[in-house]
Design a protein around this ligand. Structure first.
Ligand SMILES: [Fe+2]
Length: 267
């Protein structure tokens, strides 16, 4: 059902609800509202309701709010960087993926990832950018000094030897990612954890997006826009500071609830 027909039905339905009873007054109503009157209020409302149910939802993503203030990650990540990173860069990915998918049926941003590469550059870059940043904001929080605990801590020890060794490997791979991209901690199909990087806005959920097939639970944005204002070219310093604001409680939640069961973290 087209938007125009749907709008007419809604307008007619609203008119039917306000339909005057006198003949003189009824002569002033539009032909559409007149038809609505003949259908009766109940019939018209049923028509509007079924039209609303039948209309396919269209793809339209929205920029999620940060789950904390811009200043919350200071001094490790400065408020100015958070402000333009979220309000400008992430907002642009959202606007561009909406433009690329205009008129197409809705999919969650998680569902969009699998075929994003075959869907073309705009969906790959902006759809990936939207998902990656949504995860990035959620996996961070004000510094608590706490590391991983519980099942996730045990899996980290199993895969890397210790939390410190995990940080060493994650840091080296993040620093070594040439150009713009992301470093990921994820869960492989065999249930073990792994670290790998992707270029640009690719991620391991995309078919062909990452050499290691895995469900990401933690991603580090190593684009210069994520750190240049405060750290300039000192990417290793940014990486080491960023570890202070990882919300391990949230990462452990995403591991237990989704990734350990082979499911991507939903947004
Ligand atoms: Fe970014």
């Amino acid at each position: 059902m087209s938007k125009v027909v749907l709008a007419s039905l809604i307008v007619a339905g609203a008119s039917a609800l306000q339909m005057p009873t006198s003949r003189a007054a009824s002569s002033r109503v539009s032909p559409v509202a007149d038809a609505a009157a003949k259908l009766g209020r109940r019939g018209m409302l049923a028509g509007v309701a079924s039209a609303l149910i039948a209309a396919p939802a269209l793809a339209e993503y929205t920029l999620p709010d940060l789950p904390y203030d811009y200043e919350a990650l200071e001094p490790y990540i400065d408020a100015a960087t958070m402000r333009f990173h979220h309000d400008k860069h992430h907002a642009t990915y959202v606007a561009n993926v909406n433009k690329a998918l205009e008129g197409k049926p809705a999919k969650s941003i998680l569902e969009l990832q699998k075929d994003a590469i075959s869907a073309g550059g705009a969906v790959r870059n902006s759809g990936g950018g939207h998902y990656n940043h949504a995860l990035f904001w959620e996996e961070m929080g004000p510094a608590t000094g706490k590391g991983p605990t519980g099942a996730l801590a045990a899996k980290i020890d199993e895969a890397f030897g210790s939390f410190d060794k995990f940080k060493e490997e994650f840091s080296a791979k993040s620093a070594g990612r040439f150009g713009s991209g992301w470093c990921w901690l994820g869960v492989k199909p065999d249930g073990k954890l792994a670290i790998d990087t992707t270029p640009n806005q690719d991620n391991p959920l995309m078919d062909g997006g990452c050499e290691t097939k895995m469900v990401p639970i933690l991603g580090l944005d190593v684009w210069e826009h994520a750190y240049y204002l405060k750290y300039q070219n000192r990417r290793p310093e940014y990486i080491s500071s960023w570890f202070n604001v990882v919300n391990w409680e949230k990462v452990a939640f995403n591991y237990e609830k989704y990734a350990s069961k082979g499911q991507g973290v939903p947004f």
